[in-house]
Write a protein that binds this ligand. Structure first.
Ligand code: PBG
Length: 337
């Protein structure tokens, strides 16, 4: 049968019609990434004029508070709504119980005060967990066997939470995975009059090898050694359990929930968002960043993977994304117009 035959077969539908031109691709695009979706994690150092590269996270630096303020000016300029602070605790401030975590003059607390004073419009998220402060690198207080004790740890996390709120943190983000910590934190915040301090719960946080570069960045890798966090972070094989975690954190008073890592766990993002329909955040973690950066540096992948990976989070249902690419993505979005 020839092509111009009147009996020629036509496809029933031609989905390529709408893909033909940029204008129609734009009109039918279902999910969009915007700068409003981005949160930039930053590593904070002691001292002044201190800037350190992180070998496993090319392009990301640890910064002292004075340089962090310069960075924050850039973030505000780019329109990035919030930062997440991760202090790099000097070795001599680490202890078995991680008491530095609730020192009102600790690095996270000072960085929070400095940021809120200089840029009140920039949201400040602080990490609630003990791992940057413990000599053993675990997120909580351990017994003689090295097992992380839940309820004693919560008492420490509550003190840490209050010190962050007092320093002016807008959002406290427990990343420790203790049972019942959100409820305890919420109660303590209410009692202390911090009724508007938001809780972003790392609800479905998996025991993941993708956190390796982060542990280098905050300097907890050496403390943790060969131990892992499998007795409190989630098993990568589980899905239903993530929903259970989210349900508990919401009932205890979380304002937002988070899934972490990101790209390998998009199914969890989708299921959490479609089940609960609450603000659902996702963390594109250090290992995901390292993989992308390595491939881009080698010319194996083009920089276009950055916005593609972030758009995938939106498609899965994420409302906001913690990403080391926040600045790069904001710039790329600006260029795209
Ligand atoms: C600490 C914490 C971790 C991350 C955020 N908060 C590491 C861990 O649980 O070991 C990981 C972030 C990343 O990999 O980018 N509680």
């Amino acid at each position: 049968m020839s092509f111009d035959s009147v009996h020629r077969q036509f496809p029933n539908s031609r989905l390529r019609r709408l893909r033909r031109d940029d204008f129609s691709r734009r009109l039918v695009r279902e999910n969009r990434l915007s700068v409003d979706d981005l949160i930039y994690p930053v590593f904070v150092l002691e001292g002044s004029q201190q800037r350190e590269a992180i070998a496993s996270m090319p392009g990301i630096e640890r910064l002292s508070i004075d340089l962090l303020l310069e960075e924050a000016a850039e973030l505000v300029e780019l329109g990035i709504p919030a930062v997440a602070l991760f202090p790099v605790t000097p070795l001599d401030c680490k202890s078995l119980d991680g008491a530095e975590a609730w020192n009102p003059e600790g690095l996270a607390q000072r960085a929070t005060r400095a940021l809120k004073a200089a840029f009140p419009q920039l949201g400040v998220i602080t990490d609630v967990a003990l791992d940057p402060f413990t000599t053993h690198g675990q997120d909580g207080i351990i017994d003689e066997q090295g097992y992380v004790l839940n309820d004693i740890t919560i008492e420490a996390l509550v003190k840490q939470t209050l010190s962050h709120a007092e320093a002016g943190a807008d959002i406290v983000a427990p990343s420790d995975m203790m049972d019942g910590r959100v409820g305890a934190m919420r109660r303590a915040l209410e009692e202390a009059g911090h009724v508007n301090t938001r809780i972003l719960a790392y609800s479905a946080k998996y025991a993941s090898a993708y956190y390796g570069p982060f542990r280098d960045a905050v300097g907890s890798a050496g403390n943790l050694g060969k131990s892992n966090k499998s007795t409190y972070q989630m098993d990568p094989g589980n899905t239903d359990e993530a929903l259970h975690e989210v349900a508990s954190d919401l009932s205890e008073g979380a304002d937002m929930v988070m899934i972490k890592p990101g790209m390998p766990y998009l199914d969890i993002v989708h299921r959490v968002k479609s089940t609960f329909k609450v603000p659902t955040f996702v963390y594109q973690v250090s290992g995901e960043y390292a993989m992308h950066q390595a491939a881009i540096a080698n010319g194996w992948l083009s920089e276009a993977v950055i916005l593609e990976s972030l758009t995938a989070f939106k498609r899965a249902g994420a409302d906001a994304i913690l990403t080391y690419y926040a600045k790069t993505a904001a710039r790329q979005l600006q260029e795209r117009g």
